[in-house]
Unconditional design. Sequence first.
Length: 307
Amino acid sequence: MRRKTTIIPAALIGLLVVAFLLPAPPIWSLPQSTQDSDSKPKDQIAIRTPLPKGKKLVLTDGSFQLAREYSVEGDRVRYWSIERSDWEEIPTSLVDWDATHKAEAEQAREAAALKAKMRATDIMERTKDIDVDRSLEIKPGVFLPDAVGFYSLDDRLIYEMKQSVAVAKRSTGREVEKIMSGVPLIPSKQTLEIPDEHAALRLNSAEPEFFMRPADDRTPRFKLLHAQIRSGHRVLDNVTIHFTGEETHKTTDIEVQTWTPARGVFRYTVNKPLEPGEYAFVEMTSEGINGYVWDFGIDTPKAKLKK
């Protein structure tokens, strides 16, 4: 039987020899900064680790234990060690109580000063665009805008109230009746109403507060009226004008209290929670009701009556 011989070309043999002699490529390589473990970036900055917060139990030898809390139980002091995260006990005789109480008082002063500084910074940020001489903090951290206007405070949100025009409409039927009879002594009726069924400004609190900065030095006289929705309008007042010239008004007034928290600022609060519905502030003048009103709506009462 004749054996078959496989002949390998010399060029292929040469390639195999070169590949065998070359070093194997690395599977992965470290970044240059990691490879050079002895070199450190020149701009590297050491980060300071803040000390954990806790109470100092000052000992009679001048050292102290940092405790999250501690209690005296007989002649022993039991405390939670912040350093070792465990409960430990030492004799009360090892504690310098005068120094401990002094350290606690100092820590409380520092905490109060830090809180005041943070609050002052927050107030400064909130009032950076407010006239300091006219600024008024109506709630902690809530400031009344210094511009002239009528504002509502709904929980912690302040809204500038826009004015709407209330239109006085005379009863068409009565006018026709007067013309047909020729008798001018028949009493006439008119209504004071605001177009549309709902005000643009919607409040959620049943007891919103209101603030007024008038443009002059007058003391405004306001009435808060509960509007009735009729034929797509909000009716504020039904007026009957008698032949004697006397007027009878039929309105739903809401009792409000008037306060003066600062010069030139008037605050108005309701005596009881407002029901969901449509409302408007009308200003009373020597000539009657001003036709420009400040209207709003109550959607979902949330608050309880304030004392």
